[in-house]
Design a binder for this molecule. Structure first.
Ligand code: NAD
Length: 302
């Protein structure tokens, strides 16, 4: 069992240093943890060139074998399963806590948690909200599923990467909450894009419209902090030709996770179905790697 005092300067293996993971790992390094990083794409490690405390390795097992915590920030459930079964479970020392921050399906996550338990490892699902900006600023929200003791020992690590750390319930609960949040995010982004696009076509000034929405009942995270219309919010993907951020293919994946979960729970989700259709269409039009706010540009050019 890792105690809170030890967790303060823990040894941490970090696998997956993409748009989110690179900033999260940077924050752990800045908090003086001993972080060993690995990514299958060696270019992802470029971000750490000037960070002398970052230890990079060329095989994932070397990031796992001596670590008290292993953080995963990977694209999807299939990759999480492969990495757990091939790289993490056979290598991790007894008692290691695996913190999976990836957004994946609840079923795979519960299976991985159970497999970890049989190998005397600990496992929590800890997906995040807050986007690349939240990852960069260390202000992410963590939605955590797992045993209360495992949550407590991981909390000091998570608090270096986020500001709201919430234990949502047993294994899989963090992901259940995350999936609900992201279906709402997709729908609110589409709504914001439709409103901004219509407003522009009606001759409104984009800044005036954004300001009015943000002080009216239509205000939401997509309109306020991540406006999809270029030039309204600085340093978000819409002001950088929709590069970086949260890729449309990732949002499509999350919407499919939501539809799958809704089917299993027999919950009605008509707007999620429509949002999935739209994001699939955007992906098949070559915009799959662009940030999901590119829906504004897509609608604008219809
Ligand atoms: P990304 O594609 O930018 O990064 C994923 C990284 O994982 C890549 O660098 C990739 O090379 C690496 N990777 C793939 N297979 C690997 C393996 N076998 N071993 C080690 N590394 C491997 O994705 P991202 O935007 O950083 O998102 C990561 C996860 O976080 C996803 O599950 C996503 O749904 C979730 N998420 C993303 C955001 C966002 O705004 N980008 C927000 C919340 C949650």
């Amino acid at each position: 069992m890792v105690h809170l005092s030890l967790a303060r300067y823990a040894s941490i293996g970090f696998l997956g240093l993409g748009n989110m993971g690179k900033h999260m790992a940077t924050n752990l390094i800045a908090a003086n943890h001993q972080v060993t990083i690995f990514d299958v794409n060696s270019q992802a490690l470029d971000h750490f060139k000037d960070q002398k405390q970052a230890k990079t390795v060329t095989v994932p097992q070397n990031a796992v074998k001596d670590s008290e915590f292993v953080v995963l920030m990977l694209p999807n459930g299939k990759i999480v399963r492969d990495v757990c079964q091939s790289n993490v479970f056979p290598t991790a020392k007894k008692g290691t806590c695996i913190i999976d921050c990836s957004t994946i399906d609840v079923r795979t996550s519960k299976e991985m948690a159970e497999m970890a338990r049989t190998k005397n490892l600990r496992y929590i699902d800890a997906p995040v909200s807050g986007g690349v900006t939240g990852a960069q600023k260390g202000t992410l929200t963590f939605m955590v599923g797992g045993q209360p003791d495992d949550f407590k020992s991981a909390e000091p690590i998570l608090s270096k990467m986020g500001k709201n750390i919430v234990h949502a319930g047993p294994s899989g609960s963090g992901l259940a909450a995350k999936i609900c949040n992201n279906l709402l995010l997709a729908i609110s982004m589409i709504g914001t894009s439709e409103a901004m696009n219509l407003g522009l076509k009606l001759g409104l000034d984009k800044e005036v419209l954004a300001k009015l929405i943000n002080s009216s009942t239509g205000q939401c995270w997509s309109s306020q902090s991540y406006n999809p219309c270029p030039g309204i919010v600085a340093n978000v993907p819409s002001s950088n030709n929709y590069n970086g951020g949260f890729a449309c293919e990732m949002m499509t994946k999350d919407l499919l996770l939501a539809l799958d979960a809704a089917k299993e729970a027999k919950a009605s989700t008509p707007l999620t179905e429509k949002a999935t259709e739209l994001y699939r269409e955007i992906c098949s039009n070559g915009l799959n790697k662009r940030d999901f706010s590119v829906i504004f540009k897509y609608l604008n050019e219809q």
